[in-house]
Design a protein around this ligand. Sequence first.
Ligand code: NAD
Length: 300
Amino acid sequence: MSLRFDGKVAIVTGAGGGLGKTYALELAKRGAKVVVNDLGGDRHGTSSSTSMADKVVQEIKSAGGQAVANYDSVEFGDKIVKTAIDNFGRIDIVINNAGILRDVSFVKMTDLDWDLIFKVHVKGAYSVTKAAWPYMRDQKYGRIVVTSSNAGVHGNFGQTNYAAAKSALIGFANALAQEGAKYNILANTLVPTAGSRLTETVMPQNLVDALKPDYVTPLVTYLVHESFPESGKVFEAGAGWYGTLQYYKSKGKVIPNATADDIAKNWNVLTDMNGAEYIGTMQEQTGRLLAVLEETPVTT
Ligand code: NAD
């Protein structure tokens, strides 16, 4: 086992089951001290219990690892980080994994469906990361993962709330990556696919059984290791396939003083993805636009 985590402390949110449980077990196996956070509620974000986190902590300890349970909702990130500091004295890794679903068509969606999804996924990732950030800055070391979804990238019927929240997390991690760069804090986004109690509501049972959460675990483990070199990127895993997802922009076309008719006329050229370019940062994009302005000032 060459990727070791000795001396490192990790928080895995929602680690009482599904994907998070596999991350907690794997990190502990590789020497990390793990805060196993789980509210222990149902998949819709109601109710709570201590048993889910406790069982995973027990499993880690029985295998000779070190772990402590935390039962707070991810909205209260300061309490989760306090568990890490009180028990292990530091925090190096945050895997924002906790999640719920409130699937319903947009016409039937209530404010509660919208707000609960944002509270757990977006406010939760914000809150835990925010509480860990000062420790990571001071020690000039941190590894952060947020969990998005193909629904956040592509949209999905009945998931306007979930898709919006999962998409928000990509922007969150990309901005964190820039703020963390000079402190050696790396932030990346994971897009997983796995059978779990969340996906058993939307997948047939044979697929739930085949898409083992353990297929996702190796990627996440590498993303939070000290040797991992990248930040502000999106990585994907499922069914034994691993890859990355990046934004490319079409070459487009500069049309000085364009009218709507010019846009319509040139549509195929503007949206032609042949020769599309990877744009890594806001700064690169702004630089491109400034270059256009210099060459072809718009006349008023
Ligand atoms: P899961 O339901 O098995 O695990 C989610 C865990 O989060 C549960 O144990 C739950 O108790 C916990 N949790 C929920 N709300 C919480 C809160 N407020 N505070 C603390 N813990 C809370 O589901 P999973 O499939 O393992 O999902 C893990 C993450 O991966 C989620 O963020 C999910 O949206 C995301 N995801 C999963 C898939 C997939 O195919 N399974 C695809 C895309 C994204």
